[in-house]
Design a protein around this ligand. Structure first.
Ligand code: SF4
Length: 100
């Protein structure tokens, strides 16, 4: 969660950003602000997003396959292949192209 994400989503939920952070986020080992628990608190029972219009930047960009400097997130992309078919296909195609 970026600071802009926090401000935007907190405003949407009519919360103060500090209260939003205290309730939903924690700081991880990379010093990033991430959700305290998974699955995401904002995931509805029908797999829709309850904050779709204001969702975090990372959710908007997922699985990040159009990123210009994709090499900057190699480790994340490999992790994503475990849960995302699009990320898996993306990495498969890169590997095939590298093998040519
Ligand atoms: S799109 Fe993002 S914020 Fe919305 S439910 Fe999924 S993980 Fe949560």
């Amino acid at each position: 969660y970026t600071e802009k994400d926090i401000e935007r989503i907190a405003r949407h939920l009519r919360m103060k950003p500090a209260d939003f952070e205290a309730k939903f986020l924690r700081v991880d080992e990379d010093n990033d602000k991430v959700l305290q628990n998974l699955p995401c608190f904002f995931l509805n029972d029908d797999n829709t997003c309850s904050i779709y219009d204001v969702r975090p930047k990372a959710c908007r960009e997922y699985p990040h396959t159009d990123r210009k400097k994709i090499y900057q997130i190699n480790n994340l992309m490999i992790k994503n292949t475990i849960i995302c078919p699009a990320a898996y296909e993306f990495v498969e195609r890169i590997m095939k192209n590298l093998a040519k």
